[in-house]
Design a protein around this ligand. Structure first.
Ligand SMILES: [Fe+2]
Length: 230
């Protein structure tokens, strides 16, 4: 028998009020902790706690001040636990990652990722103003270019909104950041920025993390985060 709308086994959270709670991330070594924390703060996260631990600091961040004392909108950051680091090392060894004998599956996965940053595990944040997103890209680009601690550890990509809205197209053409973008999002009225970094270790190979930062132009019911277009 099909469950009724009031069936508590079909929808135990009956008022449909879940929120996104927290994301637990890891960095590779204790030395990377402060750098990973700094990166997340440049990305806009607010550090609310730093707990020094012998095997690497533990950090808590929130997405905005409204989440400071709440249970959602949180990012935790800590050092990779030793068994997980060993597992990642074993995967890399078994698949010959980083050698000229890389497993074909790894090559195929890398090819996929080179074409689409969000084809595999990633986490996205919504940025409230396009100018802030442009400033974020410029800040991260500057950080990678000028701070030796971040050199070679940040890769930035972006998708601009699909063409078709004259005002949006003109704004993005004139953008110091998106004016040079050659890729387009799977939808309209929004832009996406991707930051891949090995300062955070996650994903299928446990060697990097992809963060996404989006902006959605106001006044559009259909946009990159509401409707996926092929
Ligand atoms: Fe995404």
């Amino acid at each position: 028998m099909a469950p009724s709308a009031s069936d508590s086994t079909a929808h135990p959270v009956s008022d449909r009020s879940l929120t996104m709670g927290h994301l637990a991330l890891h960095y590779a070594t204790p030395d990377d902790g402060p750098l990973a924390s700094r990166l997340l703060q440049v990305m806009g996260l607010i550090e609310t706690q730093m707990l020094p631990l012998p095997n690497g600091n533990f950090y808590r961040f929130v997405a905005n001040p409204g989440h400071f004392a709440r249970g959602d909108g949180i990012v935790y950051l800590s050092c990779l636990p030793e068994p997980q680091a060993r597992l990642i090392a074993a995967i890399h060894s078994a698949l010959h990652i980083g050698t000229d004998r890389e497993h074909d599956a790894v090559k195929g996965w890398r090819t996929m990722m080179a074409q689409d940053f969000e084809a595999s595990f990633h986490f996205g944040f919504l940025v409230p103003a396009l100018e802030q997103l442009e400033a974020l890209v410029q800040a991260l680009t500057r950080l990678e270019a000028t701070d030796p601690a971040f050199a070679g550890r940040l890769t930035i990509g972006m998708n601009r909104a699909r063409r078709g809205d004259a005002a949006i197209d003109a704004r993005l053409d004139a953008s110091p950041v998106f004016g040079q973008a050659t890729r387009y999002a799977y939808g309209s009225a929004g832009v996406q920025v991707f930051v891949e970094t090995d300062l955070v270790r996650a994903g299928q190979l446990g060697d990097a993390m992809v963060f996404e930062f989006d902006y959605v132009f106001p006044g559009h019911d259909s946009h990159i985060l509401s409707v996926v277009e092929i």
